[in-house]
Design a protein around this ligand. Sequence first.
Ligand code: TPP
Length: 325
Amino acid sequence: MTEQKDRELYHWLRLIREFEGRISALDKQGKLSGGVYSGKGQEAVTVGFCHELRKDDWIFPLHRDLGAFLVKGSDPRRLMAQIFGRREGFSKGKDSYLHGGDLANGIFGATSMLGATLPVAAGMAFKFKIRKEDRVALAFFGEGASSRGDVHEAMNFAGVHKLPVVFVCENNFYAYSTPNELQFAVDDVADRAEGYGFKGDVVNGNDLHSVLKVARKAIDRARKGDGPTLVECKTYRYHGHSEHDRADYREAEEVITWESRDPLMLWEVYLEKKKYDAEAIRRETGERVRKIVDEAVAFAEASPPAEGPEAMEDLYAMPIDTEGH
Ligand SMILES: Cc1ncc(C[n+]2csc(CCOP(=O)(O)OP(=O)(O)O)c2C)c(N)n1
């Protein structure tokens, strides 16, 4: 890869970390309403997959995939306004982070029912196939969500129709406090792909190089019409399930072990080994992402909340007028 590309990928990793770090701090200051679900530690997954997508592809992120919005092209200022629940956010002040999609950038909003977006992703991929468009739908979900019936239906349907969809399981070892051994009886979630008639891959989700390689293959396969892939990324969330969860169900050693596999640190080692001026890249990137996040917070804080009557807007689709009226 070129130095420019290596720097660009580092920029995304750092921007997500800075953005989420700021949200955690704002939450502690009582400035946000609604839950905050930090993906700190999982950045290489969203960067690796979203970086390989085209603008006209669609993603279906869940509660811990805020980074996917940034890499797929959302304006950081509008994303922050969404998190503040302000009028300039995607939901125009009617919701916090969780359910806001950014339709102009091909990002479908999450639903509270985990896994319920996967059949929608399969449906969108079905549309692409019917229209003979070489576009891809990509759905993120946790290993906890993988136990839902919707997930089975989506994968089965996608396998039968060989749809251009990529299913990305972020296995961070805990669904809230439920560990893997109480979640599924197979070795890997990816083992299930065989039962649906398509390929399953397991990848180190903290190593951006590995994620990029698998992501490219899965996305190319979908785009070429060779059907779905289930990719399981083994990764770890440093924070608790949400900011109020101290995550006492984990051993300190386990957390430390994973922090020593930090995706940003690994990429910094790579930049050094490539003999770039890693120190300068680190400094310049840090300054740039801090500025982006400062501006996003200032924009969000200046954005007004919605007025009462606006609560009734955008609730229903306009009826389709078949009579030409
Ligand atoms: C169907 C459903 N069951 C339970 C919940 C409550 N809940 C929200 S997040 C969560 C943990 C999900 O774990 P996982 O899917 O592994 O994703 P992670 O939070 O680890 O990223 C639970 C149980 C929910 N939102 N939807």
